[in-house]
Design a protein around this ligand. Sequence first.
Ligand code: GAL
Length: 757
Amino acid sequence: MNKLTLLTLALMIFAGFSCNRKVETETVSLETGWKFKTGDDLSWASPEFNDSQWDTINPDKHWEEQGYNLVDGFAWYRIKMIIPSSLINQAFIKDSLQFLLGRIDDCDQVFLNGELIGENGRTIYNKTSPNPEFFKERSCWREKRRYLLASGDQRIHWDKENVLAVRVFDQGGAGGMFSSPFLISMTGLQDHVLYDFSGSAFTFEGDSVIGKKFVLQNLSGNEEFKGKLDISAYSSEKGNLLWSESWPVNLQPKMKQEIAISIKMDITRPSILKLAFHETNTGDVLVKEMEIPYIQTPPAPSEPRINGAKVFGVRPHAPFLFKVPATGKPPLKYSASNLPQGLSINNETGIITGSISKKGEYTVKLKVVNSLASTEKEFRIVVGDLISLTPPLGWNSWNCWGLSVSDKKVRESASQMKSSGLIDHGWTYVNIDDGWEDKHDKDGNILPNAKFPNMKALSDYVHSLGLKIGIYSSPGPKTCGGYEGSYTFEEKDARAYASWGIDYLKYDWCSYWNIAPNPTPDQLKFPYREMHRALRKTGRDIHYSLCQYGMGEVWTWGAEVGGNSWRTTGDIEDTWESLSSIGFSQNKSALYSAPGHWNDPDMLVVGWVGWGPALHYTNLTPNEQYTHITLWSLLASPLLIGCDLSQLDPFTLNLLTNDEVLAVNQDPLGQQAVQVKQTETYEIWARDLEDGTKAVGLFNKTEKPLYVPVEMADLLLGGKCSLRDLWRQSDLGWVKSHFEMRTEPHGARMILLGRQK
Ligand code: GAL
């Protein structure tokens, strides 16, 4: 590949498939020539500083990957280059010069010829001195570093040598510059005109029309852009044109144009939307491609079907609550035979309540009837010491509402869990994350803040729907959001939770750093043991979820301190980088997963998320979302939906209501999938299920469709096996020693293999 193709490709990736065609703009490459030194000294920003003794470094890879192991803290990068004025002469839009510096883990200050021009992804427009606190900012590693200077900015030395110095602070983990492109160029059409898809999700009308609204936006205050927007949809499997349309575009400075399209097509097959804005004045074409969501799972039949877990753990005397999850044409009538003494079922709602005094195992027969048919299912109730015999399925407030969670939002989420039908597929928990706490009163009782006027009433409401409710705290004095934690109040807090009727506690390390700054293995365990003891004393079954980001290989001792699940990683984000790096690194903990004890690679990032009051539709592509749910189900992970349930679009709902996929997650054997094959381009993960079948995930890590080859010997399967596509719920025939399956870019196939009887 020549340099220009490489560059164009890099640009396409940087702009998320959006690229500027036709006019090839001149650029100054910053891909090579960087010098590097760990440490910190502001004099290294100076153009006069002599860096000849520094190491050379590749800006496209974290410094850990280049021999600087476990360096957290400060380091500097420097590069020298001529910025030719021919850049301006050749550009149609002459007002701004941009510096693209990939991404930087975590924080940065960028100096051009000794002057600060950028900080943590924001351009510094006027001469200013460096902010000494810049390294404290969180989450800036996600930001693409694009610093934009006016062409007349005195900090640029046109046609002379310029020195760019990048001061980096790594807060932990991998550090440094990464993720090309690294270049300097004048801005082009793609920097001034934006396709904004964030306002709404794709809509579906019936089963053959897909709709989408988006906005074409002129970001420039001076330039006018006009021309024609060609929109088309292509089959991603066959490449043929499915639909096309053209729109005239006239964008005055700072104006927006709304576009609404409606495409008649097969909504069950993968396809690509292509946009090409042919701009008249510049002669440029602004191209954007994106996946159109496709619905794989057929609707549940009208005949009754009982979904959800096959086994349920409860402790003797603890309050019992289980709603029989069932689909089918309403009204449904529920009954259960062989219910152990102390339990009863509500025939209208299917909610089983009561308590059981005797330890033991009870096999109950659940029955659901409607006007069309009736169905039965065996359900095992195990009364003993262990709860959460299958991973919890539910919702948590954090990935959508962040600290802005309130009683109202939790009530609404519970009610939407029911009205959306999620409850009929086994989704149960409604969990309040950080942001509900006020203070401990003078008697040491934890008080909710004004957003939660009555916790008991809230929990009664959630229970009345057949759902369960969760809460959040920290073993430290403060939570991660700065609210009151449980330090020294463990027993009182546990008692308060139980008195409110809480069923789930997420216990997040946070400010426990202040108590144990360099925790020994015992110090890591201690606070979790304390709270476990307190929870057990209450006599209520409370799922105990440890959250300490995987420190000290928590999966090796989480069960020992009473955890029912434990986070194995830091926080997830709605990007492919985050999803794939977390998801595909879970092999290490696989053997520690078992009924009652689950590895937790963090909550789901599908639907409308935002970690605060302003939400956006997930940045994951539809295929990446299939990967997310496939992998998390195979991993026997707790599945906690992290989105606003009032805005559940058909695609997201479809993703979350495939009972065959969920059945893998809920399989009673509780075996977590292991990585069977890992190559540069694909992965295969597999787990055994209770009935002797094997669930397998094929994952395409590339940005192109891929035929993933499967050797049955790798899956330890010999002889003839039946093959079922779990997402489409359809049988694909028989396989013997080898098969291949087409897998979409960043997408997944989830299959079930059954040995011939
Ligand atoms: C983080 C935790 C998140 C969320 C947040 C609340 O430490 O990983 O999932 O609970 O704290 O402040």
